[in-house]
Design a protein around this ligand. Structure first.
Ligand code: NDP
Ligand code: 2IT
Length: 450
């Protein structure tokens, strides 16, 4: 079976896409037990088919900056798998976006979406556009220009994008406005919409809340709880903010936030109202938080020890990486562990390197909640938004939040039981990847070769 997996990975290596290769390596090796138990997957070339996106669209985006100059960016949509439903996944606006990054994100999305138990396929898109330092008018014109092309390939029953890094409620609003005008449709083609025009209550909070619900379930299984835990959180965007909010509701205390300029340590616990004001209203930086909050300390990235992420040098009981991929490396996890950290719940996509995952799985007294399972609450609630749109309904916050909580509990138990079934008790990487894979692979077998 190892030979089959390596053959598929060799083909990916040829494409020189290191981030996608990393994601595929983790998934393919961890599902080896089911490939060995059920030979149909190899017989019907499931892996070879699964690692190739069904369709990739790359397009040019031309927009006009405030000086009247035409600017050009690249736009993409990777429609990876429609085995379980319409393509579903976010849009990322960040200068690091390229096909490699979007293939990794789209690939992860297939299994994550499968784990939610809802009818959604996997996809991802975005642009190398950098929203930092852009005016409101520039953001709007970029979003409109992006939608000019994207609108041709998406639809409520075809492909339903949402937010990700650099894309929040404001950008979804501008894109929806353009989509509506271009297509003459008012439907559920984007999720994360505003509450007055089809958005779901609790979608904004869903990824962070979901990640904490998952961590709570994981700790409960180990006869422990979040109560009284000191937690380190990275990032300071959508996922980080609502992780911090829900941690407080569970009696835990988040003491860090970060961005690409540095991190803040606030021993007293992050002041959520201040953080929301700085990030959601003023669109500021974490250094502004340290300036405004007495006792909070800002450490800039140039002070980080080489090859490490400073935010993980803070002593904590548990860590919630919620910024970006590969932000928690082997040296970081060793520091966290040495300082007493005993669990990690991934809010970001692939924040931990393969080496750090292996380190966590090797510790008997450590609990690791992998991204595909732990951060699935965002996309799950997006699917609840699609359900509400299809029925022209709006559910209450409590109703959506309750459904989200139940989905996260189900994902935990499904992953936990699947790991046990395949003789890897407690290994949620194996459990979640096999549980996610099995459903997609079965659908592919039933659909025939396509
Ligand atoms: P936001 O844009 O709201 O926030 C991103 C945060 O991460 C910012 O603080 C940003 O800092 C930081 N960050 C981004 N890139 C880097 C980098 N290269 N180095 C250091 N810091 C960085 O995004 P989200 O909160 O929505 O997304 C965060 C993570 O969660 C991503 O991995 C995303 O894919 C994942 N995710 C998001 C979901 C959602 O519903 N939004 C759902 C599931 C996963 P700065 O401002 O300096 O760039
Ligand atoms: O990575 C993710 O799951 C997201 N960015 C959310 C995708 C969605 O469609 O809500």
């Amino acid at each position: 079976m190892g030979a089959y997996i390596n053959k598929v990975l060799e083909n990916i290596k040829k494409a020189s896409q290191p981030t996608f290769l990393q994601a595929a390596t983790e998934v393919l090796h961890s599902i080896e037990p089911i490939l060995r138990a059920d030979k149909r997957y190899e017989q019907h070339s499931i892996l070879e088919r699964l690692v190739v996106p069904e369709k990739v669209t790359q397009f040019r985006i031309v927009w006009i900056d405030d000086k009247g100059k035409a600017q050009t960016n690249l736009g993409y949509r990777v429609q990876f798998s429609s085995a379980l439903g319409p393509y579903k996944g976010g849009l990322r606006f960040h200068p690091s976006v390229n096909l490699d990054v979007l293939k990794f994100l789209g690939f992860e999305q297939i299994f994550k979406n499968s784990l939610t138990g809802l009818m959604i396929g996997g996809g991802k898109g975005g642009s190398d556009f950098d929203p930092k330092g852009k005016s409101e008018g520039e953001i709007m014109r970029f979003c409109q220009a992006f939608m000019l092309e994207l609108s041709k390939i998406i639809g409520a029953n075809t492909d339903v994008p949402a937010g990700d890094i650099g894309v929040g409620g404001r950008e979804i609003g501008y894109m929806f406005g353009a989509y509506k005008k271009l297509t003459n449709l008012f439907d559920g083609t984007l999720t994360g919409k505003g509450l007055k025009w089809g958005g779901s209550l609790a979608r904004t909070e869903a990824t962070g809340y979901g990640c904490v619900y998952f961590a709570d379930e994981m700790l409960k299984k180990a006869k422990d709880s979040l109560e009284g835990k000191v937690c380190s959180v990275s990032g300071s965007g959508n996922v980080a903010i609502y992780t911090i909010e829900k941690l407080a509701a569970f009696g835990a205390k988040a003491v860090t936030i970060s961005d690409s300029s540095g991190f803040v340590y606030d021993k007293e616990g992050i002041d959520l109202e201040l953080l929301k004001e700085i990030k959601e209203v003023k669109r500021g930086r974490v250094s502004d938080y340290a300036k405004a909050k007495k006792g909070a300390e800002f450490v800039s990235v140039d002070k980080y020890k080489k090859g490490t992420n400073g935010v993980w040098s803070v002593k904590c009981d548990g860590a919630f990486p919620s910024a970006t991929e590969n932000e928690l490396n082997l040296a970081d996890i060793k520091t966290l562990y040495k300082n007493g950290c005993r669990f990690v719940a991934e809010g970001a996509n692939m924040p931990s390197s393969l080496e750090s995952i292996n380190f966590m799985l090797a510790q008997k007294d450590f609990h690791f909640a992998p991204a595909k399972a732990a951060n699935a609450g965002g996309v799950a609630t997006s699917q609840l938004e699609m359900q509400q749109n299809a029925g022209m309904a709006q559910w209450s916050f409590e109703e959506v939040d309750k459904k989200l909580h139940n989905i996260m509990k189900d994902i935990f138990h499904n992953s936990y039981e699947t790991a046990k079934e395949f003789k890897h008790s407690g290994n949620l990487v194996v459990g979640s990847n096999i549980a996610g894979f099995r459903k997609v692979a079965e659908a592919m077998l039933e659909h025939g070769y396509c």
